[in-house]
Design a protein around this ligand. Structure first.
Ligand code: SER
Length: 317
């Protein structure tokens, strides 16, 4: 990776990954690809940004050519809950947008990183220790687009030699930019509400276990996979990666250890609950560990401590 374009650069992952990449590869070498939301603060001030609507192939191609991009980190996507509400938009962005990025990569010789997700699994997938290679029959629009994306990226590698790579991210917990309409968002919201009001009403039922990861590990996963020796990779586009698995009771209890007056209750959202129930309880990420040395740094206690410290400062301002 020398000259990088990040699509979805103002999103939850993009806003932090873009800055991390600028720190490593040089500010001028990492273009923040934005669409409707303008960049602010460090994202705007530290390096170039361009409007890149991934559904417009000419725009993607023009920015890649202008900045001599050799790697596209394609993060622009519609998350699971929004995808259920707007399935045609999800198809347009998650499928046609990815297709455009892959086509531009093929023509311009770029490598591509695209996240897949725990959403690429479905109700007939084994939900405990979910294997790397297993049944994938998702029943959500988000899942349909994610499993198709995995296949499309594999195809572009095999057929055209495009250096495509990706991980199946679990729910990502972070304190800079809020996630935009996913099922796992509760694990971020709970921190904001605990710090602001010492109270949270959770839309996911107690007892629903999901894989999660803290942002520093999500960033490390993307960079380490892109820098990995290609000769070691047997899988390419859909590595299971996880750092922790919990249900709402466990994370709420962990927060309560640090904010003793914190209380919580439940008001279950049937749409997001139904989605969560088809996703793994915990994934087996041994392929990522073996093929490119994946190892998360943050488990639940360290993540909780860091989230509360960082958000307490942020929310006081
Ligand atoms: N965090 C995502 C979502 O909930 C999962 O990939 O949609």
């Amino acid at each position: 990776m020398k000259r990088i374009l990040v699509t979805g650069a103002v999103g939850q992952i993009g806003s932090e990954l873009t800055l991390a990449l600028r720190g490593i590869y040089g500010n001028g070498n990492v273009v923040a690809g934005i669409n409707r939301t303008q960049p602010e603060g460090a994202l705007k001030e530290t390096g170039p940004f361009e409007t890149v609507d991934c559904t417009d192939i000419r725009q993607v191609a023009a920015v890649v050519a202008k900045h001599k991009v050799d790697t596209i980190i394609h993060l622009a996507a519609i998350l699971s809950a929004v995808a259920e509400a707007k399935p045609n938009l999800a198809w347009e962005v998650n499928i046609n947008g990815l297709y455009n990025v892959l086509e531009v990569a093929r023509e311009h010789g770029c490598a591509v990183f695209t996240p897949s997700s725990i959403g690429a699994f479905g109700p007939t997938t084994p939900l405990d220790d979910t294997p790397q290679d297993t049944i994938q029959r998702p029943n959500t629009m988000y899942g349909v687009t994610k499993v198709s994306g995995e296949l499309l990226c594999d195809y572009y590698h095999k057929r055209f030699g495009v250096d495509t790579r990706g991980v199946r991210y679990p729910g990502i917990i972070s304190n800079v930019t809020l996630p935009g309409g996913g099922t796992t968002d509760y694990a971020v919201e709970i921190f904001y509400e605990a710090i602001k009001h010492a109270k949270y009403t959770c839309y996911i039922k107690a007892g629903t276990f999901l894989d999660m990861m803290y942002m520093p590990d999500a960033i490390k996963a993307a960079i380490d996979l892109m820098e990995a020796d290609a000769g070691r990779l047997k899988h390419r586009n859909a590595f299971n990666v996880t750092a922790m698995s919990f249900d709402p009771e466990i994370i709420a209890g962990e927060i309560k250890k640090r904010i003793p007056r914190f209380t919580w209750d439940y008001q279950v959202d049937p749409v997001r609950q139904a989605i969560a129930e088809t996703w793994p309880n915990n994934m087996d990420d041994s392929a990522a560990r073996e093929e490119w040395g994946w190892k998360p740094a943050y488990r639940l206690p360290e993540m909780t401590k860091d989230m509360i410290e960082k958000l307490s400062v942020k929310l006081k301002k």
